[in-house]
Design a protein around this ligand. Structure first.
Ligand SMILES: C[S@@+](CC[C@H](N)C(=O)[O-])C[C@H]1O[C@@H](n2cnc3c(N)ncnc32)[C@H](O)[C@@H]1O
Length: 648
């Protein structure tokens, strides 16, 4: 495939990931009907405002664009009380037979589809949701998931659980609190249950016994946030980065980050919550829409059946953006838009219109020029599609227009902002993933599961290197970066954008970085044409000159019977090869010990041993080295087990 076509494909998937979506049809029809002259005129426009207005108003494209946008309507997976009731009854049936897995699966379906109280009064007096939540809570109580059971009982009460079930619900909640070690809350809950006139079977004597049994085991209600702390505190200049990093600029590579102190392996140099992040649409059924935690049983969205949350707290936090997006979710899926496009929309929906109005004037500057008019045209059309969703959702309130009327000034401005987001997110968004491990596997083999994308303004300042200096993992949508080889004052601190030299050929790396990020990589691995891991053997060892700071190296001969001392070609110093080889052998046995620790699941000790191995090897041998590469891989896997980690 020629380079231009490859670049176009790489760029277009950042906009539209599903080829079958209607967006691509719109974009291609506009391209065809507009003709070459209009496209060339469009390519010459100087700013985003002109581009948005041209695509919406120009005679050559107006009918087609507005005609398609007129079809942007609320399409989402709605609630269905009768369906929810049927699923709940099936769940109850399996619960009574003690088939709890099946019961929970059906109860989950019932909860997601049940409408809010009163929406469909014909079915169970409009109270199906509370009944579904109650049924699921009973199942969860039986499976000893007391926290989840408690949350479902609470929600069932919030959603108007019928009187006759209330006393039971409070009693069960009391039991849940007790099991969770929260005796004070248990007392209150049981007290409420006791006072309810309808209570029949509750025995306060039993409760007292339980209270005494759990005496002294009170757990605190809150935990720490589980985030690691930054090495040597936070930088004042770039929040979320360690104080040992600073930003520099170069003509070729723009802004980049350097170490302003020596940094050991394992130092945490960035802990950054996402400025904005979006769950991939494929994961809506399995992960919390807001924090990306895996769902065992989701808290439903009050309006749609397409997404779920791990807790009421996440559901509440999502209200800022999900109210605008929720009614259009199926339309967005049908359009085929990419998660990066969705992220561009989320960067608007997560804040109120008034927030953007405060810096309108700042964005009136001309947008950046783009070399490819077709790419720009497609991005502008996507911005208009996202804008139309906002217009029809009521986001603009009285400042907006409707349908396919002319755009108001503020709508044009938000259209420009969306277009700006669509341009920058493709270079700056990070994939967010979780690590999957098999319960039965003790080889340390894990799989990464790509769940979401996020924007991290501080960490996005890091440039790419085909041999990363940092390992990256996620806790929720917070990104953590850790040093994975010793770094010295003044050295560049880099990330890896995907193509690592161990896995991809030089040609593939160069092609994909150019197509996707528009730069030619000149890192050490690229300049030195380093072989991939599959071509690196244990016998490939390059020794470093022992003089501090000297860059001289020596390739150790494969036949180690003929070892001779070597003179550095840079500084002429004589290096005692036998000493160096003996040292390397002793380090290699540490590496092997690290591998067996991994197999024994001694993660912390494994991290210590591998970190020491990499640190020791650093002054002795140079990259590429098979064992060092593998040790870095092991470190990445171990660290990510503290993060979004899921055992299958
Ligand atoms: C996430 S940004 C990194 C920060 C960027 N340098 C800046 O000034 O905002 C990605 C962009 O940085 C540039 N970049 C990243 N790594 C580079 C490298 N190794 N050499 C040259 N340019 C690079 C490319 O323009 C790329 O699209």
């Amino acid at each position: 495939m020629d380079e231009a076509r490859y670049a176009w494909l790489c760029s277009s998937v950042t906009l539209q990931s599903d080829k079958r979506g209607f967006f691509i049809q719109l974009a291609e029809s506009v391209l065809e009907s507009a003709g070459a002259d209009w496209l060339s005129k469009f390519g010459g426009l100087k700013n985003d405002k002109q581009r948005v207005i041209a695509c919406y108003n120009d005679r050559e494209v107006r009918e087609l664009v507005r005609g398609t946008l007129a079809n942007v309507q609320k399409i989402f997976r709605s609630k269905n009380a009768s369906f929810a009731k049927t699923k709940r009854e099936e769940a109850d049936h399996f619960y009574s037979k003690h088939k709890l897995d099946k019961a929970l699966q059906l109860a989950n379906q019932s909860v997601v589809r049940a409408p809010l109280p009163g929406v469909d009064p014909k079915v169970e007096d409009g109270l199906t949701l509370s009944l579904c939540l109650r049924s699921r809570a009973m199942i969860l109580f039986e499976t000893k998931d007391f926290e989840l059971a408690l949350s479902d009982f609470q929600l069932s009460l919030k959603y108007k659980l019928p009187e006759k079930y209330k006393a039971d619900a409070y009693q069960m909640m009391g039991e849940c609190y007790l099991q969770l070690g929260m005796k004070d809350k248990a007392k209150v809950s049981i007290g409420v249950a006791k006072n309810m006139a309808t209570i029949k079977k509750f025995s306060f004597t039993n409760f007292r016994k339980e209270m005494n049994r759990t005496k002294g085991s009170e757990k605190s209600g809150t935990g720490t946030d589980g985030l690691p702390t930054l090495y040597d505190g936070e930088s004042k200049a770039v929040p979320c980065l360690s104080s040992n990093l600073s930003m520099k600029r170069s003509d070729i590579a723009g802004r980049y980050i350097v170490a302003n102190a020596n940094l050991p392996v394992g130092a945490v140099v960035s802990v950054e919550p996402a400025y904005s992040s979006v769950l991939r649409m494929e994961k809506h059924g399995s992960h919390c829409l807001h924090c990306f935690k895996r769902l065992k049983c989701g808290v439903p969205c009050p309006t749609c059946s397409g997404v779920a949350f791990c807790s009421s707290a996440c559901q509440t936090k999502s209200l800022t953006y999900h109210v605008w997006e929720c009614p259009f979710m199926e339309l967005m899926i049908g359009s085929g838009m990419s998660v990066v496009s969705h992220l561009s929309l989320r960067m608007v929906t997560q804040s109120k219109l008034q927030y953007f109005e405060t810096f309108i004037s700042g964005l009136k500057k001309p947008g950046t020029d783009h070399p490819e008019p077709k790419d720009f045209l497609f991005r502008t059309l996507m911005a208009l599609l996202l804008l139309q969703i906002l217009r029809n959702s009521g986001y603009f309130g009285e400042k907006g227009s409707s349908g396919i009327d002319d755009l108001t000034e503020i709508e044009i401005w938000i259209g420009c902002l969306l277009l700006r987001h669509l341009q920058v997110t493709q270079y700056n968004a990070h994939e967010i993933y979780e690590t999957l491990a098999k319960q039965t596997d003790n080889t340390g083999n894990t799989k990464t599961n790509y769940m979401a994308v996020g924007l991290y303004p501080a960490s996005a300042l890091l440039n790419h290197d085909c041999t990363p200096t940092l390992a990256r993992y996620f806790i929720g949508d917070t990104m953590v970066l850790r040093v994975e080889r010793p770094l010295f004052t003044g050295e560049e601190v880099s990330e890896n954008y995907g193509p690592v030299f161990t896995m991809k050929t030089l040609d593939d790396r160069q092609k994909s970085l150019m197509a996707r990020y528009k730069f030619r990589c000149i890192c050490e691995a690229c300049r030195g044409k380093w072989p991939m891991l599959s071509q690196l053997t244990e016998a490939n060892v390059t020794l470093k000159c022992r003089k501090r700071g000297c860059k001289g190296t020596y390739n150790l001969p494969i036949d180690q019977n003929k070892l001779e001392n070597w003179h550095c070609s840079k500084c002429s110093l004589e290096n005692r090869v036998e000493d160096q080889v003996a040292l390397y052998k002793s380090y290699t046995s540490d590496y092997e010990r690290g591998c067996s620790l991994l197999v024994q699941q001694e993660i912390n000790e494994c991290v210590n041993v591998m970190s020491e191995f990499i640190t020791n090897c650093n002054p002795l041998i140079s990259q590429p080295n098979r064992n060092v590469c593998l040790a870095m891989e092991v470190l990445r896997a171990c660290w990510s087990s503290h993060a979004n980690f899921y055992i299958l």
